[in-house]
Design a protein around this ligand. Structure first.
Ligand code: G3P
Length: 244
């Protein structure tokens, strides 16, 4: 009896590992989630993630990373530099953030672009560190180019839709389907996320039905009046459309 229980548990673990879907909440530097409120949203995300068995990661402001990393939810940096360990004052360094339990990073976000050489360096270092790399791109060409680096995720975000409440999945569905193809053509393990203007569970479902493995969201959650309700709405949509 005990043996059967163990096998089931292992099978479950394997299943959980096979699913790469990810729901990322980027806190940016929104005032609504500043100070003690960052921990509040982190706790909500942690609870909802467990309840719906959906992987949620959060990207809080850089200076709160190590404090927020104590919650049992993956924490990502919003930005990393290509700088080295050592005498690099003020830079965000992959090997150093790992020591503060940060699990990965957004790279080249539309609001914080970095040169191609640095993107390459950061992706390869994160891979070596077994950390999550999310390379943000603004169009399909960039998705094709950076998917070849085999980051954990490419996140496509049309810059003109960011923060507008007009969802990429509704306004530009072809950007998602074309990026899914672009990422597949790299023939590696990279998966596609999408973001910009996503504000409802419907927007999330649509994104996943178009082939995305999850979403990246900021204002749709951070600026919502009821964080628990909106994080649950998004998580339910992810869970319903989980590829498994
Ligand atoms: O990083 C996600 C972000 O750029 C999308 O922003 O406010 O449109 O969800 P938002």
């Amino acid at each position: 009896m005990h043996h059967i229980h163990v096998v089931n548990k292992n099978q479950k673990r394997k299943l959980a590992r096979r699913n790469n879907d990810l729901f990322i909440i980027n806190f940016k530097n929104y005032d609504e989630v500043s100070g003690l409120r960052a921990a509040k949203l982190a706790k909500i995300a942690e609870k909802v993630s467990k309840k719906y068995r959906v992987r949620i990661a959060i990207a809080p402001p850089q200076h709160t990373l190590s404090e927020i990393a104590k919650y049992s939810i993956p924490v990502l940096a919003q930005h990393l530099d290509g700088a080295n360990v050592g005498s690099t004052t003020g830079f965000m360094v992959p090997e150093i953030i790992k020591k503060s339990k940060v699990q990965g990073s957004l790279i080249n976000h539309s609001e914080h672009r970095i040169p191609e050489k640095q993107i390459k360096s950061v992706v390869s270092r994160l891979k070596k560190l077994k950390m999550i790399s999310v390379v943000c791109v603004k169009n399909v060409n960039e998705a094709t180019k950076y998917a070849k680096l085999n980051p954990t995720y490419i996140a496509i975000e049309p810059p003109e839709l960011i923060g507008t409440g007009k969802a990429v999945s509704k306004e530009r569905p072809q950007v998602i389907t074309k990026s899914v193809v672009a990422v597949k053509q790299a023939k590696n393990s990279t998966k596609l996320l999408c973001g910009a203007g996503i504000v409802s569970g419907k927007d999330v479902s649509k994104a996943m039905q178009l082939g995305a493995s999850g979403i990246l969201v900021a204002s749709g959650i951070v600026k919502a009046r009821n964080w628990s309700a909106i994080v649950e709405e998004f998580a339910k949509a992810v869970s319903k459309n989980q590829k498994g």
